[in-house]
Design a protein around this ligand. Structure first.
Ligand code: PHE
Length: 464
């Protein structure tokens, strides 16, 4: 064990990194993006991005982290390439932005535990009022941020690993059961069709950009979260196979979330799939309904357990989001971990206040804040920040990280790191693909997507 602490074994790292990846992005974000993106066509594009583009970026982040044993900024300094540490700084910036709005949603989910305990399935219809009660949902958010700060203050191998080990498998089982039940409902088949049979005419520019943002967000990529976690990985672990397992777990859980939600929407809409494009409120409206149809004590039990597990999944993600700035502050600015965790968490909570009150409570932050060029409609602060961070900065970060690793740090150094703990890596097909993807494919595609997304989303200019 080094002075900074290590994950106790390979499984520990995979669980913690999968814990970072699996969260609200899978269960809250993925279904609503699919719903807005026209169904299965979005799913197909998302899957392609995850495997051919994001996977190589994930491998690169973990390798940089393990090589340097440093935080997202320190890693670049350590490689002697200080000029590039702006990539890490950009990552910290986007991590702060993401956590600021992510915690708001986590607060909503946390409050739902109590609604389920009370058997209040009708919350589905009152969701709009629920999120407007900013003192209530804000307090839930504050508690959630506090728990995150507490876990981070205890350090990486203590809290993060243990929580992930127990809860992830439980979550998967629970989701399988709920999905299985949803499929027995009338008109579930219409939901499945919407979700699984692609209609490629639905692919528009914004579907492609959103799928890219969703892939990065869901896999926790492009902001140094996995550089930071990679810094705690043992030299004897196989990075490529770990990354493959993390990607598969994350994608698998997102797909499973869709299998819960879409059959249910099929049922609720009588097969028309109306409401699928509702947006960020989607799971908060649909899920209570499924527990309501189960009804009685069993409905209360499953509903409560589900939101408890969702909150734990969100917690392992918020912990990784907070860990990025904290490991920077602890390593580079030499501030004590506990103090840093509480101070930074509180600051991020404050930064999140416009996202909290921009859901109906404050007119300004709900609509008037900015006119989103994407479709020309007004947007709320939370959607704006998430478009800025997830769809824009993360792909840019991924582009820079891949370019950096292949051309500045150099491919052979990256290969050397990846070969440690992976005896058959050198000369394999995987090595050839990763070299191509990290060196050319990912930087080029991501740079193009970044430019197009900025033009489209923030300036209303559509080239394709
Ligand atoms: N991947 C997490 C989720 O899907 C969110 C996250 C993004 C965590 C970026 C860390 C870094 O919920």
């Amino acid at each position: 064990m080094s002075a900074r602490g290590n994950f106790s074994n390979k499984m520990g790292f995979i669980l913690a990194a999968a814990g970072s990846a699996v969260g609200l992005g899978n269960i809250w974000g993925f279904p609503y993006e699919v719903g807005q993106g026209g169904g299965a066509a979005f799913v197909v594009i998302y899957l392609i991005f995850c495997f051919i583009l994001c996977f190589p970026v994930m491998v690169t982040e973990i390798a940089i982290g393990r090589k340097t044993q440093k935080n997202a900024v320190g890693a670049f300094n350590d490689l002697g390439l200080k000029k590039w540490n702006f990539v890490g700084k950009l990552g910290i910036f986007s991590g702060v932005l993401i956590l600021s709005f992510y915690n708001v949603i986590a607060g909503w989910a946390f409050g739902y535990i109590f609604e389920m305990v009370a058997g209040n399935f009708a919350i589905a219809d009152q969701f709009g009022t629920y999120i407007k009660d900013v003192v209530k949902v804000g307090s839930y958010g504050l508690v959630f941020m506090g728990v995150t700060a507490y876990v981070v203050s205890k350090g990486v191998s203590g809290g993060i690993e243990k929580a992930a080990k127990l809860l992830m498998p439980t979550l998967i089982i629970m989701m399988l059961i709920v999905a299985g039940y949803a499929m027995t409902l009338p008109n579930a088949i219409d939901g499945l069709k919407f979700y699984l049979i692609p209609d490629f005419t639905k692919i528009t520019a914004s579907v492609v950009y959103n799928a890219m943002g969703q892939a990065f967000f869901s896999l926790s990529l492009g902001m140094g979260a996995l550089i930071t976690y990679g810094s705690y990985v043992n030299k004897s672990d196989n990075i490529v196979s770990s990354a493959a397992l993390i990607t598969l777990t994350d994608v698998g859980i997102a797909l499973l979330a869709g299998l819960m939600i879409f059959p249910l929407i099929g049922f609720m809409s009588g097969g028309t799939m109306e409401g699928a494009g509702r947006g960020p409120g989607l799971i908060f409206v649909t899920l209570p309904q499924i527990f309501g149809t189960i009804g009685g004590g069993l409905g209360i039990m499953t509903g409560t357990l589900f939101f408890v597990l969702l909150c734990f999944a969100a917690l392992t993600s918020t912990v990784s989001l907070l860990e990025v700035p904290i490991s920077y502050v602890v390593d580079e600015l030499k501030i004590k971990r506990t103090r840093a965790a509480w101070m930074v968490a509180l600051t991020i909570f404050v930064i999140g206040i416009p996202s909290l009150i921009g859901n109906g409570y404050s007119e300004f932050f709900s609509t008037a804040f900015t006119t989103y060029k994407d479709g020309g409609k007004d947007t709320d602060f939370l959607s704006f920040v998430s478009a800025l961070a997830n769809d824009t900065i993360l792909p840019l970060g991924g582009c820079l990280i891949a370019f950096f690793a292949a051309h500045i740090w150099k491919k052979h150094n990256l290969d050397e790191e990846l070969a440690q703990g992976a005896p058959s890596y050198k000369g394999s097909f995987v090595q050839k693909y990763l070299n191509f993807a990290i060196g050319y494919f990912a930087p080029i595609v991501l740079a193009i997507v970044f430019v197009l997304t900025v033009l489209f989303k923030f300036f209303g200019i559509q080239i394709f």
